[in-house]
Design a protein around this ligand. Structure first.
Ligand code: UDP
Length: 359
């Protein structure tokens, strides 16, 4: 079975790393990867292919740096050309980026089955580009593989149900387990940054709603400035650009570093006292490594994390925003394993094979 995988952005490289590892050992499937070029910096792209041993993409479309419409349109055209040349049995897309939507649209218009890994997530906030991408992708997918039960419920509420909708668990959990163990052996990031375990906070900020509003972004930094310890902030290129344009002031305890490879990132996550983030993936990784998390958003797709007490929302424009940074966060009380057992990648492959059998 020939599967074309479309990736383009950092979180997709990590998800693909888990599934491609599992696919590489199979005789009955072959994977051809397309990299759209949505993320193109060496530390936002190449580093993941090298250290996570993701197969080299057969196609690099070089589409990136434009507006959402420009990127999606150019990707759509270029992906369609590859699909016409390659004639795959299925197209595999991950998550909620412009690359996800472009891959799903190109394939569905050519009647190639679309497999959506991380289907069913909803923020119910249509101002997020990610929400638009994930909703549209789900509605043209042939196989919808959710990371949790909430995904099944969200899809059912939109009239999408049946045997083609499955909770396979979260492929990011597979990656966290596998590379988390590797990080303990090979990462020296704590020494490099002179950090003692549990004596720092780790932060990430990249979501458009936070980076594009100067008042909101400055408030986030004011919050980080209240941390009782050093805050390490691997800075996304978009945030860096906006900080310069908006002349955002940086508190003395916030240590900006370049975006990190996944192995160093996992190491910092595992040993942080608290993680502060607006990233979807990082919220979950905090839980995978049992580190409490404060989420810099008005809502989250990952409701289980709030229910279990591992994650709290801190809406940046909310009245109590700054107070959220003064609370001493303990470990969460509950541990329900809502994202499977770390075998999601195998389940993805088994599900894809049902397409060939016409089940
Ligand atoms: N990540 C990384 N290096 C960094 C920041 C994040 O490897 O400097 C990883 C992080 O561990 C997670 C993924 O990138 O696996 C999350 O990507 P991002 O926050 O860009 O996107 P989101 O999850 O919000 O879609």
């Amino acid at each position: 079975m020939k599967i074309i995988t479309v990736v383009g952005a950092r979180p997709q490289f990590i998800k693909a790393a888990a599934v491609s590892r599992a696919l590489a050992g199979r005789q009955d499937c072959c994977e051809v990867m397309i990299h759209t070029g949505q993320h193109f910096d060496a530390n936002m792209s190449d580093v993941f292919f090298q250290e996570l041993q993701i197969p080299r993409p057969a196609y690099h479309l070089g589409v990136g740096g434009g507006t959402h419409g420009q990127n999606t349109g150019r990707m759509l055209e270029a992906i369609e050309a590859v699909l016409l040349e390659q004639r795959p049995d299925a197209v595999l897309v991950y998550g909620d980026t412009d690359s996800t939507l472009a891959g799903a649209l190109a394939a569905s218009k050519l009647h190639v089955p679309v497999v959506h890994v991380e289907a069913g997530l909803r923020s119910f906030n249509m101002r997020m580009p990610e929400e638009i991408n994930r909703r549209l992708t789900d509605h043209v997918s042939s196989l919808l593989l959710t990371p949790n039960e909430q995904g099944i419920l969200n899809l059912a509420a939109e009239g999408i149900n049946g045997p083609h909708v499955m909770n396979v668990g979260d492929v990011m959990y597979d990656a966290a387990l596998h590379f988390g163990a590797a990080a303990e052996q090979s990462s020296s990031i704590l020494e490099q940054l002179q950090l003692a375990p549990s004596a720092y906070w780790l932060a990430t900020i990249h979501r458009q709603e936070n980076t594009d509003d100067p008042v909101r972004l400055q408030r986030i930094f004011e919050g980080l400035g209240r941390a009782p310890v050093a805050v390490v902030l691997p800075l996304h290129p978009r945030t860096r650009k906006r900080m310069t344009e908006m002349a955002i002031s940086l508190p003395a305890n916030v240590n900006i570093v370049e975006p990190l490879g996944y192995i160093d990132m996992v190491m910092l996550e595992k040993h942080a006292a608290l993680i502060v983030t607006d990233s979807g993936g990082v919220q979950k990784e905090a839980y995978f490594h049992r580190v409490p998390c404060l989420t810099l958003r008005d809502e989250t797709e990952w409701l289980e994390l709030l229910d279990m007490g591992w994650n709290r929302l801190a809406p940046p424009m909310g009245e109590d925003f700054l107070k959220a940074f003064d609370v001493a966060y303990g470990k969460g009380a509950e541990d329900r394993q809502p994202y499977g057992t770390g075998q999601a990648s195998q389940a993805v492959i088994e599900a894809i094979l049902t397409l060939r059998r016409g089940q």
